[in-house]
Ligand binder design. Structure first.
Ligand code: NAP
Length: 280
């Protein structure tokens, strides 16, 4: 069904481009190129590539005629652009056109103030959507209940989908999975840096760090075991892994506490943005 819905992607930067790449990756359940309009005066590199490869309709701004054909607007601009986008877009949309917003910190009630009473879903994806391995967490207003299966099918083409009943938890979701890929990239950087410090050539250290994280992800993907079980299985008492984990988890500020602080800072930031703070 997602296939036959006409979608306007408003904002085709990093995240909008990643989502569009996920939707277009597969014809099965994905979005047919003729059903996707990219609305962005200056799309990012990934989105520009998709526009050219798939011959997508691309416009700086929707016209009334275009807007009349749109079933779902996916809003992927920065949260501080909400008012400006809503002022120009809202009068053009049919009353039954649904809105799916991926903007961090922007609540259903703010969206409905800006775009009027209509089906609205907040979704928090992450950039792994570009390779079909994202995770999106969604929450719907009452008017969007009937649309949930179609939106779930749409976002499933870019990875897995979870639903929340309590919108207040979306800040925590943003802090764990929305921003999460960046934490893993930092781990890859840190691991490569540490390997270089131990004398490995930089390029080799970078390759080892990258392949190790890809391999660990694949192990996680291929098992029902918990991360804790997987970690314990590769940690011989008194061995090399144990020595490293003692440093990572030992006294002082260990990795679990650092991650706890990081996620808490991101969750706080998400709430500030909900209160009008800008995303830089
Ligand atoms: N990046 C992530 O990992 C991630 C994850 C989850 C959610 N999000 C959310 O996704 C949203 C977009 O983030 P991003 O990282 O993709 O930002 P971004 O790369 O800056 O993309 C935003 C895009 O929207 C364009 N734009 C600005 N005003 C517009 C308008 N009036 N009409 C159409 N397009 C317009 C921007 O163009 P200009 O560059 O010319 O301004 C830019 O291409 C944010 O609200 C963020 O909270 C991001």
């Amino acid at each position: 069904m997602a296939k036959s819905l006409k979608i306007a992607l408003v904002g085709a930067g990093h995240m909008g481009g990643a989502l569009a790449a996920g939707w277009l990756r597969t014809r099965r359940g994905g979005v047919a190129p003729e059903n996707l309009i990219v609305v962005d005066p200056a799309p990012g590199e990934a989105a520009q590539g998709l526009i050219e490869t798939h011959g997508l309709v691309h416009t700086d701004a929707l016209t009334l005629e275009m807007a009349d054909t749109v079933d779902i607007v996916v809003l992927a601009v920065k949260p501080q652009s909400l008012e400006q986008v809503a002022t120009s877009l809202s009068p053009l949309l049919r009353p039954d056109t649904a809105l799916v917003s991926i903007m961090a910190g922007t609540t259903l009630s703010r969206l409905s103030l800006a775009f009027g009473d209509r089906p609205i879903i907040r979704a928090m994806p992450n950039t792994a959507a570009a390779v079909g391995a994202g995770v999106s967490v969604c929450v719907a207003n009452a008017a969007a209940e009937p649309l949930k299966p179609a939106v779930e099918r749409l976002f499933k083409t870019a990875g897995s989908v979870e639903w929340l009943r309590d919108e207040r938890l979306i800040g925590a979701v943003t802090a764990v999975s929305g921003s999460g890929p960046a934490y893993v990239f930092l781990l890859a950087e840190a691991l490569a840096g540490a390997g270089t410090a131990e004398g490995l050539p930089r390029e080799l250290a970078e390759r080892l760090a990258r392949e190790t994280i890809i391999g660990a992800g694949a192990l996680l993907a291929g098992t029902d075991k918990s991360p804790q079980e997987l970690r314990r299985a590769v940690t011989s008492p008194g061995g090399t892994t144990q020595a490293a984990l003692d440093a990572l988890m030992g006294s002082g500020v260990g990795l679990p506490e650092l991650v706890r602080n990081a996620v808490s800072a991101a969750e706080r930031r998400s709430r500030q943005m909900g209160n009008g703070g800008r995303e830089r």
